[in-house]
Design a protein around this ligand. Structure first.
Ligand SMILES: Cc1cc2nc3c(=O)[nH]c(=O)nc-3n(C[C@H](O)[C@H](O)[C@H](O)COP(=O)(O)O)c2cc1C
Length: 351
């Protein structure tokens, strides 16, 4: 594999989504073998204990690389979590020319186009065949599936769970600090940035921008929470956009074993790429699933609502674990701003 192909594969990898655009990936080549590791300096935050978010991002990155390499005629021999004692080492991939090379890899064409869209309202409906294509992509990764709340009680329960989780992100001081630390207010409201969340990607209405920015101050957030600000923010960031979108589904993984979370990231990426090919906009909501797992060390006062959240979510999708909700629909136009990426060389040993 030449240097150019190796760089191309990494470029496909870093086009993957990651929670808060943290890009927690590190690469190291040894001949045609590539190690994918979690970057210790960009992982392990309050919501990322046990690396659930990082493993999802690693799975998405891995899937992008596998899909892109396949479009170039390479197959991947994959070893995941090669060493128990090294928690950050996610995968070793050996690339080899695929004798059964089939250059048609439609998802590869969506890798650079895929993005998060936080706008609303979105149009629908989402046709049954489109939904079936997304289901099929998730199921291509063994054990993974999508759950679609169909009935009105199921949709209401899903909405309540997502809204409560998003509300907790503004109520818990630990989660609030984490959320606002990922937003790069210094970039202003018009520009992108190469890491973290650019305010321009958050779809905050212009009159609300100064208020939202001020909320990063813990004392102000605490004060406003006495009059229900967190609940209002949960309504605005989750309930309203979801109510005004035709599609909602939940990625369900078989267990919280790291290999299943990694596989979940691979399935998430396949679904998102297929949605992109189908012209759908996507916004993930990960807080409900991740907080429900019970690993996130929030303040004791927020433990009871968190465990209620876990019970409500598992009622929806037992025996699996619901991990990431996806809001779906047809946007009128592409978002004016997208999250950037760091320079490739900053992800470790360059080929
Ligand atoms: C595991 C995971 C969790 C995410 N959670 C959320 C979320 O709760 N809300 C949201 O708006 N975006 C969420 N995102 C989207 C990321 O913020 C987004 O992928 C990142 O900013 C990069 O932007 P891009 O997807 O446009 O490339 C999540 C992405 C991943 C992979």
């Amino acid at each position: 594999m030449n240097r150019h192909t190796k760089a191309d594969i990494l470029r496909a990898g870093i086009a993957a989504p990651s929670a808060d655009n943290s890009q927690p990936w590190q690469f190291a080549w040894s001949g045609d073998e590539l190690d994918l590791r979690i970057d210790a300096s960009r992982s392990g935050g309050v919501s990322d204990t046990r690396y659930v978010l990082s493993d999802l991002a690693a799975g998405a990155c891995l899937e992008n690389m596998i899909i892109h390499a396949r479009s170039l005629g390479y197959a991947a021999d994959l070893q995941t979590f090669p060493r128990d004692e090294d928690a950050l080492w996610v995968a070793r991939i050996r690339w080899r020319r695929d004798p059964e090379w089939n250059s048609s890899e439609p998802l590869a064409g969506a890798i650079e186009r895929r993005h998060t869209d936080r706008s609303f309202p979105w149009r629908g409906p989402i046709a049954a065949q489109t939904q079936a294509r997304l289901d099929a992509q998730a199921r291509l990764i063994p054990g993974q599936q999508l759950y679609w709340p169909q009935t009105s009680p199921e949709r209401k329960a899903s909405l309540r769970i997502i809204r409560q989780a998003e509300t907790l992100r503004f109520r818990s001081p630990a989660l609030h600090a984490e959320l606002f630390s990922s937003i790069r207010f210094a970039a202003g409201w018009q520009n992108g940035c190469e890491e973290g969340l650019a305010p321009a990607t958050l779809a905050v209405e212009p009159p609300m921008r100064p208020v939202f920015q001020a909320l990063r101050r813990p004392a102000l957030m605490r004060m406003l929470n006495r009059i229900g600000a967190a609940s209002g923010l949960g309504w605005r960031s989750a309930w309203l956009p979801i109510r005004l979108s035709p599609g909602l589904c939940l990625l369900v993984i078989p267990s919280t074993a790291r290999s299943d979370v990694l596989a979940g990231g691979r399935a998430l990426q396949r679904v998102w790429l297929q949605a992109t090919l189908d012209g759908l906009s996507v916004q993930p909501y990960a807080a409900a699933g991740v907080l429900s797992l019970g690993f996130v060390p929030v303040e004791p006062a927020f433990q009871p609502p968190l465990s209620r959240l876990g019970s409500a979510l598992s009622e929806l999708c037992a025996p699996g674990c619901g991990l990431v909700f996806l809001r779906l629909g047809y946007a009128r136009s592409a978002p004016s701003s997208r999250s950037g990426r760091r320079a490739l060389a900053s992800f470790g040993a360059f080929p």
